[in-house]
Write a protein that binds this ligand. Structure first.
Ligand SMILES: Cc1cc2nc3c(=O)[nH]c(=O)nc-3n(C[C@H](O)[C@H](O)[C@H](O)COP(=O)(O)OP(=O)(O)OC[C@H]3O[C@@H](n4cnc5c(N)ncnc54)[C@H](O)[C@@H]3O)c2cc1C
Length: 401
């Protein structure tokens, strides 16, 4: 495709790879993006399955990129997060306000479409895939339209998800943990308004989240053992809604409709070393989390903001990548431990722990300080905070264009 050495080659055009391409291109870097799937798949319906809870930090990054104003009307603000455990006492509520919500829920398809529309198609190879990468020569072999191309790059960003091929090509390790649970995801039709409350309900089978969406809709993420998830996929709509209602209760009124149901196997994948010479891993390739806290994408957005800042300030150097890794360490660690800790705490069968959990929720509910700390993390401000996340623009003296 090109004979010269590229500035940046991104492998993987999921949300995180696409976001990084938009940001680095806006700073003047010459960026190529390689994505295995076609990025031109049409939008689906408003009862599509996947939604994302965006933290205020992610929203600020989208605002700085000029993407937010067109998206905002299709999002629903989360003003309260309600946490409870089925058949147990104790509950906790985190409260934001209409002016300063705790986050926003968006249809993943809507966000994807908005980002893909912003991509400059000249430097986009899709559908195309990385076949091989040689870290010593910095040469990537890409298959595009049935032809193999060699691309040499100053910096390679792996945004190629949990099963990263770049990781394998570099001979790097990832710590992987199977949760032996699946997330069943669907849009649920409600009989009354949700009042902008997001519910997280822990059940003996796993957490069940219902996030407020625009209109009379909520986004369900129901964690279940694989055989139960399969059974719920095969249930008729009425039977499914009845079971869901029994599991969740009537805090959101009656459930009246369910959209297509999709399941995702759940595991945690974490790379202890995310920079290898001129290669850097971001998003799910670096850290795939359980969706219980809705933080995977948000964490990836903060990777993107910090990586762009380090490259803008330090150029396409190994030193800039090392600084990136150092700066991202504590935020990533905090989120990985928080997310995994939450899953383990609520599924641990030790006698007496359920009572302690109930008391813990009551303590949290009555402690303004603990709520403030938790809200701070949930909003996406932990560790070294990137300029973009604070609403400060980036400028680069190192870009080649
Ligand atoms: C049920 C569920 C609910 C969730 N809810 C939330 C939420 O509310 N909030 C939140 O912040 N996060 C949430 N997440 C997490 C979030 O969806 C992910 O963290 C995010 O989508 C990861 O994006 P990514 O671009 O890093 O990776 P991916 O989406 O995995 O993208 C990787 C891309 O790389 C491409 N690729 C792979 N190999 C190659 C190759 N060799 N060559 C070329 N391309 C390649 C793939 O086609 C893919 O498009 C949820 C996850 C699940 C499963």
């Amino acid at each position: 495709v090109v004979n010269k050495e590229l500035d940046v080659l991104i492998i993987g055009g999921g949300l995180i790879g696409a976001l990084l391409k938009i940001l680095l291109s806006s700073l003047g870097f010459e960026v190529y993006l390689v994505e295995a799937k076609s990025l031109l798949t049409p939008r689906r319906t408003d009862f599509d399955a996947r939604s994302l809870a965006l933290s205020p930090a992610s929203v600020t990054v989208l605002q700085m990129l000029g993407c937010w104003s067109s998206l905002k009307e299709d999002t629903c603000a989360i003003e309260t997060i309600h946490v409870s455990e089925k058949e147990r006492f104790g509950r906790a509520c985190l409260r934001g306000t209409a002016e300063a919500p705790l986050g926003y829920v968006i249809d993943m398809n809507r966000l994807q479409t908005a980002l893909y529309q912003r991509l400059d198609t000249q430097r986009l190879l899709s559908p195309a895939e990385l076949v091989e990468y040689n870290a010593e020569t910095r040469m990537a072999t890409i298959r595009h339209q049935g032809v193999l191309h060699g691309l040499k790059t100053k910096c390679l960003v792996a945004a190629d998800g949990a099963n990263s091929l770049v990781r394998a090509a570099c001979g790097l390790a990832a710590e992987s943990k199977e949760y032996e649970q699946q997330a069943l995801v669907a849009t649920i039709g409600l009989s009354r308004t949700h009042q902008h409350v997001a519910y997280e309900r822990f059940t003996p089978h796993g957490p069940l989240a219902l996030l407020p969406m625009t209109g009379l809709r909520a986004s369900l993420v129901w964690t279940l053992p694989p055989e139960q998830a399969e059974a719920r996929i095969n249930d008729g709509d009425e039977a499914f809604l009845k079971l869901l209602q029994r599991e969740f209760g009537y805090r959101l009124g009656r459930f009246v409709r369910v959209g297509p149901r999709v399941v995702f196997p759940l595991r945690q994948v974490v790379m202890p070393q995310q920079v290898h010479g001129s290669v850097v891993f971001i998003g799910n390739a670096a850290h795939t989390l359980h969706p219980v806290a809705g933080q995977g994408f948000n964490l990836g957005v903060r990777d993107v903001a910090m990586l762009a800042q380090c490259l803008a300030e330090g150029g396409l150097t190994d030193v800039a990548l090392k600084r990136y890794a150092d700066n991202r360490h504590s935020d990533q660690r905090a989120m990985i431990h928080f997310t995994n800790g939450l899953v383990e705490l609520f599924r641990c069968p030790i006698p007496g722990l359920a009572t302690l959990r109930g008391m813990g929720l009551m303590v949290l509910d009555n402690s303004a300080f603990l709520k403030k700390v938790l809200s701070h993390y949930a909003r996406g401000y932990s560790g070294v905070v990137a300029d973009l996340v604070c609403g400060l623009p980036l400028r680069s003296e190192h870009a080649s264009r």
